[in-house]
Design a protein around this ligand. Structure first.
Ligand code: ZN
Ligand code: ZN
Ligand code: ZN
Length: 378
C-alpha cells in the first residue's frame, strides 16, 4: 500500500500548561492532607514539567512540589542544561548537586517534616536515603495518595490519545491483509510492531499474538507457534505516539470459524458495547466492569472472563482509573481508559475486544474506530 501521510507533531505543551498542572497537583496534595509531592523521573515528572532525563540513573533527580510555595527540582549538575531547556522550566526552581557531594543532604534541604506522596517508580535507594536523613517525614505512593493526578486529560492530551488510537487502527487495517497461515506468532507480532512505528509510534510496548489455545491465556505475548487454518488469533498491541498511549485488541479468525467461535466472539462484542454504554460522568468506574461482565455471565461464560474490564491510559499504557469491581471513583469528562472484555476457553481459544474510550459530558466516545466484527484472515 502507499504510505499514508503521518500527521505533523502536535503543538508542544507550554510553560502555562505545566504551571497549571503544578498548581493543580499542589491543590490535590493539600486536599489529600499531604505536605507535598516528591516526583522522580517518569510519567509524573513528564506530566508536571515536560522533563525526561535522557537516562534514568542512580544520580537522583527530584522535583519537590510543596502544597504552597515554589516547586523546585534538584538535578545532577551535568544534567542541568537539559533540565533548563525543558519547556516547563520557568515554572519551577532548579538546584543542582555535583558528584562528590551528598545529593540527599541537598534534597533533604528542600523537604520539610510531614507527609509526601512519592512517585511509584522512585528508586528504593533514594527513598531509603531520604528516610535516613528526615526522621519526621513520611511517604505514601503517588498512586495510593493521588490516583487521579493524571487521569483527566485536557484537549491537547485527548488529541494525542486519538492520534495514537488512529495509528493503532491503521496498523490493524494493514495486518488484516497479510498472510497468517503457516507463519509464527512472533512473525506477525514483529510485523505489527513495525506497522505501529510506521504510523508514528516512537515506542511499542507490547504486541500480543495469541493463536488457537494460546489465545486462551491473556498474558501470553507471542511465541514460536505456527498459526494454522481454524485458529482464532487475539491481536493486542500498543505503545506511545507523541508521548501518549495506544492499546487495542481485535480477535480475527483464520479461515471459516465454527458456530461456537462465532457465538463467543459475538458475546464479547456485546459485552464491549454494554461496557461502553455504561460510560457516563458521575457513574462509578466499577459499573463499566459490571455492565460488560453481566453480558458474558448471562451468556454462560462468566467463569471464563478472568480479568478486570479496563484501565486508564495516558502517558503510560496502564494507569488509574481501573475499571474494576470495587472502584468507586466516579467517571469524569476527560478520563480515558480501555474497555476490554474477553472470554478464555482453556486450551482452546480466546476472544478479546478492546477500545480506548474517553468520557464526555454526555457519555463515552471511542477513540478506536475499526469495526468489532470478526474478520476472517488468510
Ligand atoms: Zn477456529
Ligand atoms: Zn491491550
Ligand atoms: Zn489494555
Amino acid at each position: 500500500m502507499t504510505d499514508q501521510a503521518i500527521p505533523a507533531e502536535p503543538a508542544p505543551f507550554t510553560v502555562d500548561d505545566f504551571a497549571a498542572r503544578l498548581h493543580r497537583s499542589a491543590q490535590a496534595a493539600e486536599a489529600a492532607g499531604l505536605t507535598g509531592l516528591l516526583v522522580t523521573p517518569g510519567p509524573d515528572l513528564i506530566y508536571l514539567t515536560g522533563y525526561a532525563p535522557v537516562a534514568i540513573t542512580e544520580r537522583i533527580t527530584l522535583l519537590v512540589v510543596p502544597v504552597d510555595g515554589q516547586p523546585t527540582m534538584i538535578v545532577p549538575r551535568l544534567e542541568r542544561p537539559d533540565a533548563e531547556a525543558t519547556p516547563g522550566a520557568p515554572a519551577f526552581g532548579l538546584v543542582d548537586w555535583t558528584d562528590g557531594n551528598d545529593p540527599y543532604e541537598a534534597s533533604a534541604g528542600l523537604i520539610g517534616p510531614g507527609r509526601y506522596a512519592l512517585s511509584d517508580s522512585a528508586w528504593a535507594m533514594h527513598l531509603l536515603a531520604l528516610q535516613g536523613r528526615l526522621p519526621d517525614t513520611s511517604y505514601v505512593s503517588m498512586t495510593t495518595a493521588l490516583p487521579m493526578l493524571r487521569a483527566i486529560k485536557d484537549e491537547d492530551e485527548l488529541e494525542r490519545l486519538a492520534a495514537a488510537a488512529a495509528a493503532a487502527d491503521a496498523a490493524y487495517g494493514e495486518i488484516l491483509g497479510v498472510r497468517f497461515t503457516g507463519r509464527s506468532e512472533t512473525d506477525i507480532g514483529t510485523e505489527l510492531a513495525a506497522l505501529l512505528r510506521r504510523f508514528g509510534h516512537s515506542q511499542v510496548d507490547f504486541t500480543v499474538v495469541g493463536s488457537g489455545p494460546n489465545g486462551a491465556s491473556p498474558h501470553h505475548e507471542m511465541g514460536d507457534r505456527i498459526i494454522e487454518r481454524g485458529d482464532m488469533v487475539v491481536l493486542d498491541f500498543g505503545g506511545l505516539k507523541h508521548g501518549y498511549g495506544s492499546d487495542t485488541t481485535r480477535t480475527v479468525h483464520v479461515g471459516e470459524p465454527s458456530d461456537e467461535e462465532r457465538e463467543v466472539h459475538e458475546v464479547v462484542c456485546r459485552a464491549q458495547q454494554a461496557g461502553f454504554e455504561a460510560v457516563r460522568p458521575g457513574v462509578e468506574c466499577q459499573e463499566v466492569d459490571r455492565a460488560a461482565r453481566a453480558v458474558i455471565t448471562e451468556a454462560g461464560y462468566g467463569d471464563y472472563f478472568i480479568h478486570r474490564v479496563g484501565h486508564g491510559i495516558g502517558l503510560t499504557t496502564h494507569e488509574p482509573p481501573y475499571m474494576v469491581e470495587g472502584e468507586r471513583q466516579a467517571m469524569q469528562p476527560g478520563m480515558c481508559f480501555s474497555i476490554e472484555p474477553g472470554v478464555y476457553l482453556p486450551e482452546r481459544f480466546g476472544v478479546r475486544i478492546e477500545d480506548i474510550v474517553t468520557v464526555t459530558s454526555v457519555g463515552g466516545r471511542r477513540l478506536n474506530r475499526t469495526p468489532h466484527e470478526m474478520v476472517i484472515v488468510e
